[in-house]
Design a protein around this ligand. Sequence first.
Ligand SMILES: [Zn+2]
Length: 229
Amino acid sequence: MHDELTHSRRSFLRGAAAVGVGALAGSVGPWPEPALADTPPTTPADALQRLLDGNRRFIEGKITAPNRNLEHLKQVAPKQTPFAAFLSCADSRVPVEIIFDQGFGDLFVTRVAGNVASAEEIASLEFGTLVLGARVLMVLGHTNCGAVKAALDGTEVPGQISTLYRLITPGIDRQNRDLDAAVAANVRAQAKVLRDGSTVLSNLIRDGKLKLVGGVYDLNSGNVTLLEG
Ligand SMILES: [Zn+2]
């Protein structure tokens, strides 16, 4: 109990210090405040909201491209504190920072074809959340995903590409030929693998320090839709 109290008092003091700095910066000159505060969101709900706000700016053509200059890169060079982590597809049309209008140091992104939760991805995401402190973890699928489509169709593929199939097919219904349904099912299945396959992640979720969500990104609109459940 004592530790908890000490911790919350420290958190409060840190928060108060951040507010003080922000207020001071606002009074320095006539320039407008940056569109986004540099302080990362500290709760899972705020972290998710920051992502959704960024995606809205992106689809409405109102991006602010925060934290993308060399100056900000220098600021985060010694230490990163990304507020969100992703398990996303390697597809060239899914550049996560652009979709969510974020910049250097904001997102911890693991990308792999079919956004599959293999052991290496789980290890990376444990690092991004437990060690680096990301507050929201999004499994992000997308429309017209080639990896999911190939697994759905059972297409013959060269080399080791079919390795992806054994990670995707258990989570999708191959009797249903609908690709959108398979993409959503794959997101849910990979999220379940993360939750069930990692005690680090499930403990963070249980303790309210991390929110795990699934989303599907529409290649035609740029919109990210959160999946229920
Ligand atoms: Zn894909």
